[in-house]
Design a protein around this ligand. Structure first.
Ligand code: NAD
Ligand code: TDX
Length: 332
């Protein structure tokens, strides 16, 4: 296969490229990434000399570069996005540009060049929020109810991807997954922010009462889910992907990390809540489990400990970005 991976210098994209080239070493990957604040070439430094890998710096909203690259591949795996909810509260416009116009630019090129296979990476946040203390979960039939500029722009991109399937017969699939964690995640996100704060002797910052619930998916499990959908997924279909079977609040996760890092509750600082903060996400992943035989590979606690070890051993990877992310939080 020859793949165009958008957003390959980001968290999940870089993990996906590494996963794919290890598993399918004769496949070829071109990645298109504009290297925003969230794009880090250092996440791909072990891959840059691989003859089956090429990096192109460019924007997914640029039809010229997108057209040229799409013409060279058979499959597009679309990760590139503005992905941080807090940033979407501060500056929604760039989310509309990248997430909606960028996706449409890619879809148009895929259509023009003979209906190329298109896999779109999306989020469970398009489904809105669930009530705390219930067993309700998001699945493929949950109505859309996005509540932040980020999730609204991702919802818009999902609708466009489905529209190109119904209107033009573009061979698409979509995955809507939960919160990823693991190596190479930017320190602006919850789990790496907590770990790196503690490694630097700082307190962790908990929004509001800390009783918000997310479903946590180990990033390489997400990559294997995308692999299953690309190889065996039904064209036109959506798959919801999650990692947990029970609820953990942000505070529960904080307590686990504090314990694993030999700290206690005195390292917690409660800070102002996020506006419009979604209370609870939970994902029913039984469709991808039954139809494509996918499931998460290990327990959450095991992967969390591995992630802490990775951040401890790779401080040079995150030291500079930590300054950028904490500056963002100071000025938001
Ligand atoms: P990220 O923010 O770490 O990386 C995004 C990458 O896209 C960066 O390398 C950035 O430079 C690039 N990019 C941004 N705008 C671009 C543009 N206009 N043109 C070209 N490149 C551009 O994001 P991530 O966490 O790796 O998320 C990847 C995808 O997965 C996104 O579509 C996101 O919505 C989705 N997703 C993420 C999570 C999560 O927990 N991280 C969960 C569900 C879905
Ligand atoms: O310092 C913090 N303190 C805190 O309490 C940060 C950074 C976050 N939080 C809370 C907010 C959320 O309840 O932790 C939870 C997770 O926050 P984020 O890491 O910002 O993730 P979230 O907003 O849930 O969105 C993530 O998962 C779904 C990704 O950033 C999205 O791209 C993805 O679609």
């Amino acid at each position: 296969m020859k793949l165009l991976v958008t957003g390959g210098a980001g968290f999940i994209g870089s993990n996906f490229i590494r996963y794919w080239l290890e598993k399918y070493p004769s496949d070829q990957i071109i990645t298109l990434d504009s290297l925003t604040y969230a794009g880090h070439l250092s996440s791909l430094s072990d891959i840059e000399k691989n003859p089956n890998y090429a990096f192109v710096k460019g924007d997914i909203t640029d039809p010229v570069i997108v057209d040229e690259l799409v013409s060279q591949v058979d499959t597009i795996v679309h990760f590139a996005a503005e992905s941080h909810v807090d940033r979407s509260v501060k500056d929604p416009l760039v989310f509309v540009k990248t997430n909606i116009i960028g996706t449409q630019t890619l879809l148009e090129a895929a259509k023009k060049h003979g209906n190329k296979r298109f896999h779109h990476i999306s989020t469970d946040e398009v489904f809105g929020a669930l009530t705390l203390g219930t067993d309700a979960k998001f699945d493929e039939n949950t109505p859309y109810d996005p509540r932040s500029p980020y999730s609204a722009s991702k919802a818009g991109s999902d609708h466009l991807v489905r529209a190109y399937f119904h209107t033009f017969g573009l061979p698409i699939t979509i995955t809507n997954c939960s919160n990823n964690f693991g190596p190479y995640q930017d320190t602006e996100k919850f789990i790496p922010r907590m770990i790196t704060n503690l490694l630097q002797g700082e307190k962790v910052k908990i929004y509001g009462d800390g009783l918000y619930v997310r479903d946590w998916l180990y990033v390489l499990d997400h990559c294997s889910a995308i692999d299953a959908v690309l190889k065996k997924g039904k064209i036109g279909d959506t798959y919801t992907v999650g990692g947990l079977t029970k609820d953990y609040s942000n505070l529960d996760i904080t307590m686990m990390i504090l314990k694993m890092m030999g700290k206690d509750e005195s390292s917690i600082e409660y800070v102002t809540d996020r506006p419009g903060h979604d209370r609870r996400y939970a994902v029913n992943w039984s469709k991808i489990n039954k139809e494509l035989d996918w499931s998460p590979s290990a327990d959450f606690d095991f992967r969390l400990q591995e992630t802490i070890t990775w951040y401890n051993s790779n401080q040079s990877w995150w030291k500079d970005m930590k300054i950028t992310s904490e500056n963002f939080y100071k000025n938001k």
